[in-house]
Design a protein around this ligand. Structure first.
Ligand code: PLP
Length: 374
């Protein structure tokens, strides 16, 4: 059976985690600080803040941008539901815009049409690792006085116009869940070039504590902390950070292999009669967190039939990217959504197996199986 994905953890990560436990640093400590420095260097940003997962990263980013009741925030419906949920946690209103079905990323024209006097921010998603056209959204932000920030959950290691994702907007939030390109079990990161944001994020992730516990433990003087704001426990542990440092060393190799596999898929499928490979614009270098193909209208089978046929032949696939607006939290008697491109692209697409340890033999088996079905 060829699985849809496999985490990239190895022995080095296990050793790093064991060492972190042995050193006695299990809560947020010196390894977290080292990991944050390494991520900031990799992403070419001034700051990185490590947290418990990407959903908490997005929630904190929304809070730092002062989003709340009465504010509207534009994001795609076609995304993992945490994108929209993180906005809702603040009491702000989620406004869904449509996507370009060729890239699965927000369509700038649909975003501009959704702007109202209440719009305070746009959360741009780099869907399954493919960078969105940031300059278009930054222009919109400037024109309308709106803050731009990024759900970069799948985009650690992606590049936009040659620069790593992380420093293009107010803040970018990354995920280190096992399904993503690199992992710490669970984990999240926020990168920014704004020192006030970084400070505020660090305050909020640890209960609003004026003096971080690491500083108190290291101090030769008695320090009493204050709790300055309503904070959260969104910390990353040292064990996770130790694993993250090992994973980061492998990131470029992992991304290179994923790009190689994706290129082989695209090359083999470019002349397929009814499957369309993803479009990769010139400005984007993707991590290929997932590899999505779309069935055209002339396909002899439905998407779900194709998925079942592939599963019968030992090839695991997943449906295309979900639509948040169809799920219960976004249903209401007054909710009216017009997202035709998202609905079409989601219904007609599926994700093929792709992971760094996938062999050429695995890839050929997937392609042969697809070939035999057509
Ligand atoms: C995975 C993912 C998230 C959530 O990340 P967690 O670390 O699991 O909280 C958010 N947004 C997108 C687009 C994702 O793919």
């Amino acid at each position: 059976m060829i699985p849809i994905a496999k985490p990239s953890l190895g022995e080095q990560e296990a050793v790093a985690a064991a060492n972190a436990v042995r050193s006695g640093w299990v809560t947020q400590g010196p390894m977290v600080q080292r990991f944050e420095e390494a991520i900031a260097e990799y992403c070419q940003t001034k700051y990185a803040v490590a947290v418990s997962n990407c959903t908490t990263a997005l929630h904190l980013a929304c809070l730092v941008l002062d989003l709340g009741p009465g504010d509207e925030v534009i994001c795609p419906s076609m995304s993992f539901i945490a994108t929209a949920n993180s906005i809702r946690y603040t009491g702000a209103t989620v406004v869904f815009a449509d996507v370009d079905p060729r890239t699965y990323n927000l369509d700038p024209a649909s975003v501009e049409a959704a702007i109202t006097p209440r719009t305070k921010a746009i959360m741009v998603v780099h869907q399954i690792g493919l960078p969105a056209d940031m300059d278009r959204f930054l222009e919109l932000g400037e024109k309308h006085g709106i803050k731009i920030f990024e759900d970069a959950a799948c985009a650690i290691g992606s590049r936009y116009k040659g620069t790593p994702i992380g420093g293009h907007s107010e803040m970018a939030c990354f995920s280190l869940h096992p399904r993503k390109v690199i992992t710490t079990g669970e984990g999240g990161l926020i990168t920014t070039n704004n020192s006030a944001y970084a400070q505020h994020l660090r305050l909020l992730r640890q209960h609003g504590m004026s003096v971080p516990d690491l500083k108190r433990h290291q101090s030769r003087q008695v320090i009493t902390e204050q709790y300055e704001v309503l904070g959260y426990n969104y910390r990353m542990t040292d064990i996770q950070a130790a694993i993250g440092l090992e994973q980061l060393k492998k990131l470029d190799t992992i991304v290179a292999r994923r790009q190689e596999l994706a290129a082989a898929y695209s090359d083999a499928l470019k002349s397929h009669p009814w499957l369309t490979p993803p479009m990769i614009p010139d400005y984007a270098k993707s991590t290929f967190q997932s590899y999505a193909v779309q069935l055209s209208a002339n396909a002899p089978v439905s998407r779900d039939q194709l998925m079942q046929q592939l599963l019968d032949e030992q090839v695991a696939t997943r449906r295309g990217i979900m639509l948040s607006h169809l799920e219960a939290p976004y249903q209401s008697p007054t909710a009216a959504y017009h997202l035709p491109q998202s609905e079409l692209a989601s219904a007609q697409s599926l994700l093929l197996p792709l992971f760094a340890s996938m062999t050429d033999q695995d890839l050929n088996q997937v392609l042969t199986t697809i070939g035999q079905l057509t």
